[in-house]
Design a protein around this ligand. Structure first.
Ligand code: ZN
Ligand code: FE
Length: 260
């Protein structure tokens, strides 16, 4: 049996969807591709057709409609496509259910599945080839809302992601960076790297360019939700909580962001 190798790594492209979603397209060294979180089919189909790509696999992080809404229509066009997604979230049409600790092979690269509950109960992330696909858990300069799980779960999920190698590229599912930075600057008005990053993000967005991927290294400098033990972040929430443990600071930040 031939073993598939891909020394060049995978090629990743973004397909904008809705207002601010990204569908990530993964291509190996042939015309097959995978799509991550296709919330709508039309922009994905247009990209596949224009590049003459064959949809091999759909990969899902969680059950929200802006991440799974395009699956049925894509399967009508590519009925043999595999659909890999979370075992513990209600996602229809999966051909393979996965959970933390499982591995999947994407065009010769192994991706580890990580359980990252909080935004939804069964939310999973995929990490491989130096890339992290994390849906709505970690955003650049922000994190997802806690809809189904507990703050503790969300905090733990973010910590798990933050413990991956620092150079890991972070492919989240939304272009929220600019508005997240407004909040991050309210938390840490004296963080010089935040100001630099805001300028860079403004430049990119003025040119309609994505700010994603980011890296974990960068997020540790700019993302308040990964900086719960920084003195300036603790100080910023000290009027909202007496308890300045990392978890309480995270909770105070998340509540503050919800009303920001
Ligand atoms: Zn979501
Ligand atoms: Fe979403």
């Amino acid at each position: 049996m031939l073993t598939e190798t891909n020394t060049a790594g995978l090629t990743i492209k973004n397909i904008p969807a809705f207002n601010d979603n990204y569908i990530w397209l993964i291509q190996g060294n042939d015309q097959r591709c995978a799509l991550i979180d296709p919330g709508e089919a039309a922009p994905a189909l247009a990209e596949l057709q224009s590049q003459n790509l064959q949809l091999d696999t759909i990969i899902i992080t969680h059950h929200h409609a802006d991440h799974v809404g395009g699956v049925a229509e894509l399967l009508r066009h590519y009925p043999k496509a595999k659909v890999i997604g979370p075992a513990n979230d209600p996602v229809m049409m999966l051909t393979q259910s996965v959970q933390g600790g499982d591995c999947i092979n994407v065009f010769g690269e192994t991706f580890l599945v990580i359980d990252v509950p909080g935004h939804t109960n069964g939310h999973i992330a995929y990490v491989g080839d130096g890339k992290l696909f994390c849906g709505d858990v970690l955003f650049s300069a922000g994190c997802g809302r806690v809809f189904e799980g507990t703050y503790q779960q969300m905090y733990d999920s973010l910590q798990k992601l933050a413990s991956l190698p620092q150079e890991t590229e972070v492919y989240c599912a939304h272009e929220y960076t600019s508005s997240n930075l407004s909040f991050a600057l309210a938390v840490e008005p004296e963080n010089d790297l935040l100001h630099q990053y805001r300028d860079e993000v403004n430049r990119l967005r003025a040119q309609k360019k994505p700010t994603i991927p980011t890296t974990l290294r960068q997020e540790k400098w700019v993302n308040p939700f990964l900086r719960c033990q920084e003195p300036d972040v603790m100080k910023a929430v000290s009027e909202r909580t007496n308890d300045l443990s990392a978890l309480s600071v995270f909770c105070a930040l998340r509540d503050w962001k919800n009303e920001f």
